[in-house]
Every structure is written in C-alpha cells, then in structure tokens.
Design a protein around this ligand. Structure first.
Ligand SMILES: NC(=O)C1=CN([C@@H]2O[C@H](COP(=O)(O)OP(=O)(O)OC[C@H]3O[C@@H](n4cnc5c(N)ncnc54)[C@H](O)[C@@H]3O)[C@@H](O)[C@H]2O)C=CC1
Ligand SMILES: O=C(O)C1=N[C@H](C(=O)O)C[C@H](O)C1
Length: 297
C-alpha cells in the first residue's frame, strides 16, 4: 500500500505548480445532494472532474450532469473496476466522499486500500476508528464534519478557548439544538465536534443530549428556517447558563444551502493536492489545518 502511495505521490509531484485543471477529482456520490454541490463547485473552480462516481450498492446505472460534465454513477459493487480505470486514467486523482454515515468507515478503508488521497466530508460512522485507520495507513486525507470556512473559524476559536481556559465553564448547563433537512439521518457531526470543546471547558454534556429538529413545520415555526431552505439548511444553537441562572451565553450559526461547504471542500482538495505534491510528512489533516495554512478562499 505504501508503494502505491509513493507511486501516486511521485506521479503527482511531476505536476508541481501545475494548473488547477491538472488536479482530478472524483466525487462519490455526486448524485447525492452534497456530492452534486461539490462536483459543480469543482468544475467552476477549474478542477478536472472525473466523469465516474460510486454510489450505494445496486443504486448505480445513471448519469448526472455536474457543471456541464456528464458523470456516470456506478453502484459500489463495481467499485474495483471503476477504481482500476480511474487510477489508470487519472493517476493523481483526489477522491471526495459525501455519502452516508453507514458507509464512512468502509469507504475510507477502500480508498486506503487503493492508495488514493481523499477528502472525507461525510459525517457519522465510527470516528475514532476512522482516524486510527487513516493514521495507521499513512494515506493523505482531510477529514472534517464541517467544511464551511466561517464555521471552521468558529471551531478554531472554540479550540483555542478550550486549550487556554480548560474548565472555564464548569458548572454551566448546555443546551444544543440543530435543525437540518428531514433527509439527514445522523446527529450533526459539527454539533458533536463543538460539544467536545464545551466538554473541555468543563461543561457536563453528552452528545446524545443534542436536540435534533427534522420536522419541516417545526423548522419553519420554531427555528425560523425560510421555506426555500427546508431541503438544505443547518441551524445550530448552543446555549450556556451559569449554575445560578444569572449568566447566559448563546452561540449560533445558521447556514442556508450548501455552497459554503462545497467551496470549502474544493479548498480541501487543492490543499491536499499540494500536500501530496510536496510529499508532506503530515498525512492526516482537518479543516482547521486547511484554514490555518491560509488555504481557504
Ligand atoms: N463536512 C461537511 O461540511 C458537510 C457534510 N455533510 C455530510 O455529507 C453526507 C451526505 O449528505 P447529503 O449529500 O445531504 O446526503 P444524500 O443522501 O443527499 O447523499 C448521499 C449519497 O450517498 C450515496 N451512497 C450511499 N451509500 C453509498 C456508498 N456505500 N458508496 C457511495 N455512495 C453511497 C447515496 O446513494 C446518496 O446518493 C452526510 O453525512 C452529511 O452530514 C453535509 C454537508 C456538509
Ligand atoms: O447533513 C448536512 O446537511 C450537514 N452535515 C454536517 C454535519 O452533520 O454537521 C455539516 C452541516 O451541518 C450540514
């Protein structure tokens, strides 16, 4: 596997300082909502979108137009032959994964087995196992539950606060509410990540306590989600209250649509392509790494 990666890295290094169009990106699954948004943003940014993508088992056999590129969608049962072809025709390809929580770990393991660098935007699954597997394999990857630049900056600020002032909110109670389109199957990965910072700040709170709002009528009435965005929104609120109830904090990020994540994912692809070209020692990154390096447009 290390040999495959070295081979891929060597062929990528030949394209150092190459134009964006020489970076090929395969988006699994660009027939899904996020995958499609990313594929379109990738084409708009001048990346070379691979016209092949993997979808769920037995769900393939269609074609999807992404920014003018007709992408053939093929079921996961055929992924060996698809990857044989992709790695042969696009040796420096970066894979983007926006699939489903149930597929996260097995997809990551598959990309690792093929020695292909990847950006994992999909949330859920066994995150500890995911990170461990990627670290052990030494495959180049960006993994993050949140790709939106400004939300990533908020995460980075929370990280700084937690590192510098651990326990600062000890005794406070926390209420976390997240509202997403009704098709979302898991609890927000972003909300779970933010809760980890609050835990380091001394707040006793379990991710199972995050309130998920998925009912469209409640989203309009209570969460004030505009009807146009019922099919794609992420409204998060974190409320802290002091033990005696006299001090309250509230953090909120409300995103409508998906362009913020699609743009961030393209940034992650460009960042990862650069790391592969440079043969960077560090292989695994998150979006705070991408932001810190000034790689988010
Ligand atoms: N990191 C970030 O910033 C963001 C992450 N997400 C995450 O992206 C994921 C996808 O979200 P949506 O696009 O809204 O879902 P979606 O349901 O629209 O799309 C998922 C697609 O994956 C396909 N799929 C299922 N199993 C597969 C497999 N084994 N291999 C390949 N494809 C498979 C499905 O057929 C479907 O087309 C979720 O986990 C969501 O939380 C969403 C937005 C932003
Ligand atoms: O499924 C979504 O839509 C989103 N998923 C990510 C998450 O689970 O945190 C990011 C954002 O909330 C949109």
């Amino acid at each position: 596997m290390a040999a495959i990666q070295a081979e891929n890295a060597a062929s990528a290094s030949a394209t150092e300082n190459a134009p964006t169009s020489s970076i090929s990106v395969m988006v699994n699954d660009c027939s899904g909502k996020m995958g499609h948004a990313v594929a379109e943003a990738a084409v708009a940014a001048g990346l070379n979108l691979v016209p092949l993508a993997i979808t769920g088992p037995k769900m393939g056999n269609s074609r999807v137009a992404c920014g003018g590129v007709a992408v053939q969608i093929i079921g996961a049962e055929e992924r060996d032959s698809v990857f044989d072809r992709v790695l042969n025709e696009y040796p420096n390809v970066i894979v983007v994964d926006y699939t489903l929580p149930a597929a996260v770990n097995s997809n990551a393991e598959y990309y690792i087995s093929r020695g292909v660098p990847f950006v994992m935007g999909t949330t859920g699954g066994d995150r500890t196992k995911l990170i461990d597997t990627v670290k052990k394999a030494g495959t180049y990857a960006v993994i993050a539950p949140q790709m939106g630049k400004q939300v990533v900056a908020f995460q980075a600020a929370m990280d700084i606060m937690a590192q510098n002032f651990p326990g600062a909110f000890a005794g406070y109670t926390l209420k976390v509410t997240e509202s997403h389109q009704s098709s979302k199957v898991d609890t927000s990965g972003t909300a779970k990540a933010i809760v980890e910072y609050f835990q380091k700040l001394g707040v006793k709170f379990n991710v199972d306590e995050i309130e998920r709002v998925r009912d469209p009528s409640e989203q309009v009435r209570r969460m004030h989600v505009p009807e146009d965005y019922l099919g794609g929104h992420a409204f998060h609120t974190y409320k802290l209250l002091s033990p005696d109830g006299t001090v309250a904090f509230e953090f909120q990020h409300n995103v409508m649509g998906r362009s913020i994540y699609a743009q961030g994912t393209v940034d992650a692809v460009l960042f990862l392509a650069k790391k592969v070209r440079e043969g960077a020692d560090q292989k695994l990154y998150n979006m705070i790494d991408v932001l810190k390096e000034g790689s988010m447009r």
